[in-house]
Design a protein around this ligand. Structure first.
Ligand code: ZN
Length: 59
């Protein structure tokens, strides 16, 4: 039922240390202006690291 709106963009959150994509999230119109950055736990680094917005390639 819940469709993803066109204004929403699916993005990845990439660990700034190992560069792996650990999280997927939607970025809506209101958030587009600024880059998303979160402190999140990285399964690969085994610590909390800064995760930065990244594009999903191929889609
Ligand atoms: Zn990492």
């Amino acid at each position: 039922m819940a469709k993803v709106k066109r204004s929403d963009r699916l993005i990845t959150l990439r660990c700034s240390v190992c560069k792996r994509r650990n999280y997927y999230t939607n970025k809506n119109k209101k958030q587009v202006e600024r880059k998303i950055e979160y402190q999140k736990f990285c399964n690969w680094c085994r610590v909390k690291t800064l995760h930065k917005e990244g594009r999903i390639s191929g889609k």
